[in-house]
Structures are given as C-alpha cells and as structure tokens.
Design a protein around this ligand. Sequence first.
Ligand code: SF4
Length: 265
Amino acid sequence: MSVYTKKNVASLIGEVGNYFRFLAEAGCQGFDCSAQSLEILKSWGHEGAGNRGQGAGNRLQVTGNLVPCDLQPVTCRPLPPAPCNLLTSVRAELGNCRRCPLSQNRLHLVFGEGNPQAKLVFVGDKPGIEEDRSGKPFLGEPGQLLTKIIEAGMKLSRNQVYICDAVKCRPPGDRNPKSDEINACLPFFNQQMAAIKPDFICVLGETAAQILLKTDLPISQLRGQFYDYMGIKLMPTFHPADLLRYPEKKRAVWEDVKKILRIEN
Ligand code: SF4
C-alpha cells in the first residue's frame, strides 16, 4: 500500500515539473483535450511493443535550455528543374544500384510507394529488416502505427500519400547510414521529391530529420515547425518506432500532423 509522506509527495511534484519541462523542450505549448483529439490518440493505441519503463530516467532529465535553432522556418521557393519528371524514370535511373557499400548486404532496394502525385510524403531514414525482405517501406509495428496516423488521424489512406526513406538500402545491423552512403543516395531522394512535387514532407524521426536538414540538432528541437526543403514545406516529427517505446509522444506527433492538416485545408 502506498504511503504518502511529505517527502515522496514533494518528489512526485518535482518529477511532474521535470516532465512538463521535458514536454516544453520537445516543443509542446499546450494540450488539445478536445474529444476528437482524445479519440484519435486512443485509436493509435495505448501500449507500445517496447518496454515503457526503459529510459524513463533519461526522459525526465532536463538538460538545460534549448539550443537556439538557426534553421529557417519554411519560406517557399520554386522547385529546381526536375532532372526526371516521372517517378518511374528516377527508379529506372537507380536500377540495381551499386553506388554505395549498402548494396552489398541488401536483399531489396526500397524505393518507396504510394501516390506519385501525393500532396504529402512521409520519409524515414532507412529500411529495416522487414522492408529489406519485402522491398516495401514502413512495415511491421511502426508501419502499422504510421498507417493509423494516416487513416485515423489524417483521414487519408496510404494510397493517397507517398512513403519512402531518405536512404534506400538497409544498413547492416540497422545502424545509421554513413555520410558517404547518404551522399550517394540523397540525390535520388531529391529527384523523387522533384518528380512528386508534394506540398508537404513529414520527416519521421531524428536520423531522417538530421539527414535532410543537415544538422545535429535533436528531434525534440527540430519537430513542430516547418522548414524549407527544395521549396517544399518539411515538418519533422517523432518516428512511429519511437511512439511504440514512448506512447506519451503521440500527442506531440498529433500536434505536428494537425499543423500540416491546418495548412492543407
Ligand atoms: S543506399 Fe542508395 S546509393 Fe547506396 S546502393 Fe542503395 S540505392 Fe544505391
């Protein structure tokens, strides 16, 4: 049975305070407690596959003030001339790509899938084991959660959006892509965007956001605002795999997604 002493109540209040500071650092400016938002968050599920307890100590630590972000919020400029107008041409140009060492261990190059004229593109960093086996992006539990965000949250279908990764082949052991691999592959991602010409890119996770924005800043500082990427509005947010480990981050993702929906409508 719990015993509420002055000491542990003070400790609890301190932890709650730390958590609010963590949320503020992550860009949270308030809580949308409307019935609709609560229903949508509920539909994304409550429990993750991972251990919710893991890393809790780290999450609650406040490491200091936000580092000022010198990245510019979105200002649109015209798209550069597209080297290929059609997505199929970009795929054909990639072919059985051997331009970087990631080709050595991959089973499938994961180019991307969805509407070639999508207004919204979701981008991860690189394929994982299931994607490598199948050649399709965002499968498994993170992929299912992304589908819920698209369908239950945005009221769209996966076929209406486009989903891909910045780097097209799975790195061994699911490590992060190295700079030479990124440099070899990113031109093809850029050609994909030039071919699709979406209004929005929603970048999922810290690694993908850092690759596209060429920064070392953490996702907690990058998420929640738009950046300019080839004249396309780019919104970084947490990766669905992160949401499975830390379901409390779903609210932040919903806030980011709502900003895209608000501008689009
Ligand atoms: S990661 Fe990109 S550049 Fe490297 S082999 Fe795969 S498709 Fe080619």
